[in-house]
Design a protein around this ligand. Structure first.
Ligand code: FDA
Ligand code: NAD
Length: 433
């Protein structure tokens, strides 16, 4: 079988790979030195606009392809069209899934058996969706139950929206996909219900007050929100198409289309046992170097030191995918040029758009305690963190004494050394102040 050899090899052809290529070009790369391997047949596309384009009434998502939406479109600058890679002598190896990695031998192997050798490897494999079939939810393999990760997923969803005009849609999940796709399907005239287990949407970032606004806004648009329960089963019609969603609380919702957004999982399996992992991702230093010296990991797969909060963190967002890729390439070239590179100092940044709304979020909140709506006595809270200090606190189900303790925290704004410890301590952090 064919064997190819490169100085630098990137596995994965998403956001981080595109930004790494651009940084390599900036720093100087000789023709033939760099290759990018991606299992996608399509050219680099910009994942995040998939859902925004679905929000347009005429389903413009097909425009989410080149030349308008090359992977670096979000940050301006030159267009990274196929010719750009050709001009720079960067080889794009598409429709090629890597199925085996042998890091000690500096070799990757594709599904077709091709071998790729490298001196330096950048892992940029991103995430995959968590599916309801992973939990054995009954009937979850019915037709017209959709996930959104690849451009094909969006194509199939668009076809279903057209086929089920003015039909009923159920959205499972109250995170990014849930909120963005709930809006997208409503804009496309479906009758939308959203189901999620938490007491409010986007619980990782939003407080109940923030969420109340978005939930109210969605309700005014005619979206029905069902909180505190999950989908436990699906029934289908004689064509195998989803017909009903059964909820844990006993309710049954009619559905022509179901969109599921219950989170992602980083694609690290190829490297299991060969590289150190942490918090579900590949552990890196502040230069995105893994425990294997000539192997770097960037984007969704990397668990890196978040200097601001003095802890290891994995971040599933484009801003970090771009910046981590640039940092890794700067570090690789810095070593070659004998130049020092500053440690990665990332400020977490999240954003989303739906209907006419657009929010941005910088920094962090820490959710602690038992926020399971099914608990007989839920008690949970949120600390708001700014500049390494707790600047605000929320508590559900606290005693008078505990409420006083969190009030004191908000007033005195104590420093936080480690967010993991803060999460574990929860209320007892406040009681010690
Ligand atoms: P990314 O997923 O972009 O790329 C990974 C690539 O590796 C893929 O092309 C994959 O096919 C390839 N690959 C994986 N395994 C492979 C193998 N074994 N062999 C070959 N190739 C392989 N974020 C944000 O900040 N704002 C937003 O609005 C959105 N919107 C959004 C919408 C949707 C629908 C999704 C699914 C995600 C978002 N995100 C987002 C998240 C954002 O897209 C995500 O964090 C980045 O794309 C991560 O970039 P990576 O390069 O790490 O992975
Ligand atoms: P998410 O982590 O944002 O949300 C998952 C949600 O799933 C939770 O909030 C919860 O409400 C729900 N959930 C969990 N288990 C459930 C169950 N059994 N039944 C019903 N609901 C359940 O993940 P996502 O929305 O699926 O997004 C996937 C990935 O895509 C993430 O990496 C996300 O960052 C990315 N994304 C980002 C954006 C953006 O930044 N604007 C937009 C779309 C997607």
């Amino acid at each position: 079988m064919a064997e190819k050899s490169f100085k630098y090899l990137i596995v994965g052809g998403g956001v981080a790979a595109g930004y790494a290529a651009r940084e390599f070009a900036k720093q100087g790369v000789e023709p033939g030195e760099l290759a990018i391997i991606s299992k996608e047949a399509a050219w680099f596309y910009f994942l995040l606009i998939i859902s925004y384009n679905l929000m347009k009434p005429k389903l413009y998502h097909r425009a989410a392809r080149l030349p308008g939406f090359h992977v670096c479109v979000g940050s301006g600058g030159e267009r990274l069209l196929p010719e750009w890679y050709k001009e720079k002598g960067i080889e794009l190896i598409l429709s090629t899934e890597i199925v085996k990695a042998d890091l000690p031998a500096n070799t990757l192997v594709s599904a077709a058996g091709e071998k790729f050798k490298y001196q330096i490897l950048i892992i940029a494999t991103g995430s995959t969706v968590i599916k309801l079939t992973d939990f054995g939810v009954q009937g979850a393999d019915a037709k017209n139950i959709f996930y959104l990760r690849e451009i094909d997923d969006a194509d199939k969803l668009v076809e279903a929206i057209k086929a089920k005009k003015n039909g009923k849609a159920v959205i499972v999940g109250g995170g990014y996909i849930g909120l963005e796709l709930g809006a997208a399907l409503k804009i496309n005239n479906l009758d939308v219900s959203m189901v999620y287990p938490e007491p409010w949407c986007m619980p990782r970032l939003f407080t109940s007050g923030i969420a109340a606004f978005y939930e109210g806004y969605y309700a005014d648009k005619g979206i029905k929100i069902i909180k505190g329960t999950v989908a436990v089963g699906f029934t289908s019609n004689s064509n195998g198409e989803v017909k009903e969603v059964q909820l844990k609380d006993g309710r049954v919702l009619e559905a022509d289309i179901v969109v599921v957004g219950v989170g992602g999982r980083p694609l690290t399996t190829l490297f299991k046992g060969q590289v150190e992992e942490e918090k579900g991702g590949i552990k890196t230093d502040a230069f995105f170097k893994t425990s294997v010296p000539n192997v770097y990991a960037v984007g969704d797969v990397a668990t890196f030191p978040l200097k601001l909060y003095n802890e290891l963190r994995r971040v599933e967002h484009v801003d970090h995918a771009r910046k981590s890729a640039e940092q890794a390439v700067k570090a690789i070239k810095g070593i070659e040029k004998g130049q020092t590179v500053d440690e990665y100092d990332y400020l977490p940044y999240f954003y989303s758009r739906s209907f006419d709304l657009a929010w941005q979020f910088y920094g962090d909140t820490v959710l602690f305690g038992d926020n399971n709506p099914q608990s007989p006595k839920p008690k949970f809270g949120t600390y708001w963190i700014k500049d390494g200090k707790v600047v605000g606190a929320f508590l559900e189900g606290g005693t008078a004494e505990e409420n006083q303790a969190i009030a004191k925290v908000a007033k005195l704004q104590p420093k936080v050394e480690n967010l993991d410890v803060l999460t574990k301590e929860g209320l007892s952090f406040a009681s010690k102040i």
